[in-house]
Design a protein around this ligand. Structure first.
Ligand SMILES: Cc1ncc(COP(=O)(O)O)c(C=O)c1O
Length: 337
């Protein structure tokens, strides 16, 4: 693995080169013809790798570099049974020769599918906890397992949910450097950048990076769980952690954090028929596969808001496709053809 050089005036922390970068920026011309309004572009971060696809790889370039810098031989992380983050972490740990231990929320039934299947293939150690226990005891469980490895003479690095903390913020902060070059190449100045937000780190990184790299665009997170207040708080906390860890010359507290609430539907990882329909339509029209947990809800929300005029007379708008394709398969019974 090679380390990226620190290229800008900010001193970047250690970083591994793990994602296939840069990812393409593509215009959805057929969809645009159908619906009119601003031209919709997609930043194809579903193409950061094959089984490694999605937003988590950008963050993990920094989190795993930090784990190595601290001399850790084990990585512990957590998420839902179908967590894209856990799958990417498990595969990357295998690639780097680190032990991966996943604490998952929920009780699996039947044969593992989607991301969980890949977690097993990657050789991760997996412990599943009932949702209530996970909700109330996660911090203790992470601490206990870390201690367990210490007692064995090993050193475990804990990555929080979604790698969303001050370290993970760098992933999408640096993605904005890439977006700046994309926009210059395409000769566009989008006024809005939209992403799904689930643990806040992607949105936090984009918000800080868009400001630092002068993109002149408002970043919007479409929340797929919880609500606007929760995400305003979480993104601010990730930015504050980022600022405090690295002593940065950025006024993180003054950044405009914006959430589009109203598209969670019945709950996290539960979607209504309109989301499955939207996924099927976009796949058939543009060859772009969204997922029912994150990007499908965010993309659907963006289209609804676009129709409702939230983005005004913007000429161009960018949707960051954060991946999640393996989450489609466990939902197969909900698609109607
Ligand atoms: C496919 C996909 N999109 C978006 C997100 C949201 O990113 P974040 O956790 O950084 O808010 C996640 C993870 O939560 C994800 O797996």
């Amino acid at each position: 693995m090679t380390n990226h050089p620190a290229e800008n005036s900010l001193q970047l922390p250690p970083r591994l080169s793990l994602a296939q970068l840069p990812t393409p920026l593509q215009a959805l011309d057929r969809l645009n013809q159908q619906i009119g309004g601003p031209r919709i572009w997609v930043k194809r971060d579903d193409l950061t790798g094959s089984v490694l696809s999605g937003n988590k790889v950008r963050k993990l370039e920094f989190s795993l570099a930090q784990a190595q810098a601290e001399g850790c031989d084990t990585v512990i992380t957590c998420g839902g049974l179908q967590s894209n983050h856990c799958r990417a972490t498990a595969l990357l740990c295998a690639q780097l020769g680190l032990k991966c231990h996943l604490l998952l929320r929920g009780e699996p039934s039947g044969h593992p599918d989607g991301n969980l299947l890949l977690d097993h293939l990657a050789g991760a150690e997996i412990h599943c906890y009932p949702a209530r226990q996970y909700q109330y005891q996660l911090t203790d469980l992470l601490r206990q397992w870390q201690q367990h490895y210490q007692d064995l003479g090993r050193r475990a690095f804990v990555i929080p949910t979604g790698a969303s903390d001050g370290i993970g913020v760098w992933g999408y902060f640096e993605a904005c450097r890439e977006l700046k070059a994309d926009f210059e190449r395409a000769n566009i100045s989008p006024q809005h950048i939209v992403c799904a937000t689930g643990s806040g780190g992607t949105q936090a990184g984009l918000t800080a990076g868009a400001h630092w790299y002068g993109l002149n665009a408002q970043v919007w997170g479409v929340n797929v769980c919880d609500d606007e207040a929760w995400f305003l708080n979480k993104v601010a906390a990730d930015l504050a952690d980022w600022h405090a860890r690295y002593q940065l010359p950025v006024d993180a507290a003054s950044l405009a954090v914006k959430v589009i609430d109203g598209y969670v539907g019945p709950g996290y990882a539960i979607a209504e028929q309109e989301i499955y329909k939207c996924i099927a339509q976009v796949a058939a029209l543009e060859g772009l596969v969204l997922d029912p947990v994150y990007t499908g809800k965010a993309f659907f929300g963006m289209l609804q808001e676009l129709r409702a005029g939230r983005f005004g007379d913007a000429g161009d708008i960018v949707f960051v496709h954060t991946g999640g394709v393996f989450g489609v398969f466990p939902h197969k019974q909900h698609f109607e053809f």
